[in-house]
Design a protein around this ligand. Sequence first.
Ligand SMILES: Cc1ncc(COP(=O)(O)O)c(C=O)c1O
Length: 450
Amino acid sequence: MNSAPRSVNRRIKKSWAMYHRALELIPGGTQLVSRRPTRFAFGISPIFASSGKGARIRDVDGNEYIDWVSGIGAILLGYADPVVDEAVKRQIDKGTNFSITHELELELAEELVATIPCAEMVRYTRTGGEACAVAVRIARGTTGRDKILFCGYHGWHDWYMASNLSSTPGLDEHLFSGIEPIGVPRALEGTALAFPYNDLERLEKLLEENRGEVAAIVMEPFRSELPPDGYLSGVQKLARKHDVLLVFDEVTTGFRLANDGIQSVIGVVPDMSVFAKSISNGYAMGVVAGKREVLSPSAQMFISSTYWGEAVGLIAALTTLREVKKRNVPAIVQKTGEQLKSGLTGIAREVGLPAVCRGISIHPYLDFQIDDAETKSKLSTLYIQEMAKRGCHGYTSFYLNASQGDSEITQTLEAARETFALLVEGLNENRLDDLLECVPKQEYFQRLVH
Ligand SMILES: Cc1ncc(COP(=O)(O)O)c(C=O)c1O
């Protein structure tokens, strides 16, 4: 994987050199698997960022890109949002971490309780994975049961990775196949059981098979498509029937769909919900919000960190939540998402590319309608490669943020017109391998929908 792709030296020379230095010092070269350059067009897509503003980022080689990944979902208002950043800077001048609780801890709790339907009490963390782990600890502590049924991606912690200790690895369908649960205690085998999305029968069977042992159902309520009618209320009914807590992981959906998350839109209020990433526009912050009877027993549990009440995360979350309401961010991202979807689908049709941009407008994806998995993977990588060369960074799925607007749509659709034409040429003339300047990207997150 170290040999330089054909055009690497021209576009991302500095990034490429830094990546190889990083591999010597940082196992895997980066802290987040989704940031590994092999996830994009390896050797063509940017690897190291130097700055970001609004909808755009700049890499260390000086290239500018529209960032359609929005900080892997963490950016909701836009990079370096002036209002959030000003509030953070003011807080820095006043101090950030104290020996007693900072007043913002309460102010944010009041904002969250007034905003999120299931929130009667809250706990804080710094990351989404931590927030899921806290929710699981609370669920186990509150119910006195050990097992967790889950669907989707929920971070890196032992409770979740334990799913792959069994002979049929649970994460194959939810994360990516073949992950070895290295370092996860074998004693946790059988404590986290995956269930497939939109299959109430299978969920019920799992609940029956583990009757009296399940603490919670933890799930991403949806990702790229709205949930099928009746599915989530069906999950809730089963949870109630088996006296199991229902936990929604709203880390990815964030506050893109509605000012209060997703609960009012889907009409199901869980026992707990978990938030991170976009709740604080990129600053480190996570939240577990839930019903009083579920969260209040956690006062007796040892769940504690010096950094969970640190004021930068608190002020960033408080300001972001208020700005989301003030600017009506869901309406903005919805409009941009619709433009992107219809624009990309229209261009694909015009140039004869078998592809449709579909899914929910806040997180749409490009669906290549090709049966052969290898060809599909090559098309995806070629798309990422050619879009990167034209200043559009991303995967074949898109995370919307409120700074993306008309100029980003215009530039992206122009880039897509040229890129799609090349894809058609590659397909029709059987020249995809010639056009690819890098190895096909690694498919890490299969997750719920695609
Ligand atoms: C649904 C979901 N839950 C949890 C996480 C983990 O969040 P973090 O990377 O902040 O630990 C993610 C991150 O992608 C996520 O998408």
